[in-house]
Design a protein around this ligand. Structure first.
Ligand code: IPM
Ligand code: MG
Length: 364
């Protein structure tokens, strides 16, 4: 029995999540495994309806009791976070980042994979060139929320925003990335992406830990290093170079949006917020797309790919080969579906959102 919590969230989130659940129902029926999907209405609209302020967070978006409840699931399936009626940052911090932190989902796994038949803006590159994984640290760095104001609102104001790298946080992320790379068993090359020439404290810690752990525990994995700015260049020029990337949180946020673009856009890119010892959360990495909401035109492939990842990761975590295989089959069904679509952009797919979900089910 697979126990899922579902957070459709804002904008087009619920629409794409519905397609992922449709595909789950189909594959579970075929493979013969049982699951439950429990809905949590944690949208911006729900927050406002409960009396939350649109300009500042006045009440919890997700309560501590709900977080406690979420610990009881095998995984969380998330649609999108962000509502134009609520000031930027409130829902992101109050829901997405809160869940990542409270549930200690310290890995953000983002495959950058160009599916066959999907258009990339990169000239002369195809699926054989764009196929790597980014392991982004997900709980530290600039995201931990340290800093503050001095003399706020005056001409003499000062703002600080702090970056942290803990030996513990860096090491657990590096070990996950080395293990992932070893298990994938392709080029067996792990690239650390950072900025050691400028961030000479935080990224020096990353650099030393990377080499120490690599030498001591992963002599079979080739180590490679890119400064983050150069990495952006290579994503465009030579994406085929990469196998697995490990990267601190903030730079990981930036390079994975670039990664999403070269793999065909936000309509196809999926990510997993993973706690290998706890509850993980899977999401399409595109936003809530307010202007497309309710029109049945948004691309659900990213959400379906997030479901495929959920099934693979949770299947592995629970040692359930049937669930793992279901995830692989959903991935194959996506591969079979993409070439039938005209484009991966909202409104130009040649199909509606629900029709794309149907196509994936048919391909199963
Ligand atoms: C992402 C997003 C989030 C992040 C935002 C919405 C807080 O950009 O998942 O990459 O910065 O991590
Ligand atoms: Mg991002």
């Amino acid at each position: 029995m697979l126990k899922l919590a579902v957070i459709g969230g804002d904008g087009t989130g619920p629409e794409v999540v519905a397609e992922g659940l449709k595909v789950l129902a189909a594959v579970a029926g075929q493979e013969g495994f049982k699951y439950t999907a429990t809905d949590y209405d944690l949208s911006g609209k729900a927050y406002l309806a409960r009396g939350g302020d649109a300009k500042a967070q006045t009440i919890p978006i997700v309560t501590d009791a709900q977080v406690q409840e979420l610990r009881g699931y095998d995984a969380i399936y998330l649609g999108a976070v962000g509502d134009p009626a609520v000031a930027p940052g409130i829902l992101e911090k109050g829901l997405l980042l809160k869940l990542r932190f409270d549930l200690d989902q310290y890995i953000n796994l983002r495959p950058v994979k160009l599916y066959p038949g999907v258009e990339t803006p990169l000239k002369d590159k195809g699926p054989e060139h764009i196929n790597f994984d980014v392991v982004r640290e997900n709980t530290e760095d600039l995201y931990f929320g340290g800093g503050g104001f001095l003399r706020k609102g005056t001409p003499n104001e000062v703002a600080t925003q702090e970056m942290i790298a803990t030996r513990f946080g860096v090491e657990r992320c590096l070990r996950y990335a080395f293990e992932f790379c070893r298990k994938k068993n392709t080029k067996k090359m792990l690239t650390l992406v950072a900025k050691t020439n400028v961030l000479t404290f935080a990224h020096d810690l990353w650099w030393r830990a990377f080499n120490e752990i690599g030498d001591a525990e992963y002599p079979d994995i080739k180590r490679d290093y890119n400064h983050v700015d150069a990495c952006c260049m290579w994503f465009v020029k030579n994406p085929e170079f990469y196998d697995t990337i490990v990267v601190p949180n903030m730079f990981g946020d930036i390079i994975t949006d670039l990664g999403a673009m070269i793999q065909g856009g936000m309509g196809v890119a999926a990510g997993g917020n993973i706690n290998p010892q706890g509850v993980s959360m899977f999401e399409p990495i595109g936003g809530s797309a307010p202007k497309y909401t309710g029109q049945n035109v948004i691309n659900p492939i990213a959400a379906i790919a997030a479901m495929a990842m959920l099934l693979r990761v949770v299947g592995d975590q629970k040692g359930d080969a049937v669930v793992r295989r279901a995830g692989e089959r959903v991935e194959q069904a996506i591969v079979a579906t993409c070439p039938k679509m005209k484009s991966q952009s909202a409104g130009r797919m040649g199909y509606s959102t629900t029709e794309v979900g149907d196509l994936v089910c048919a391909a199963l």
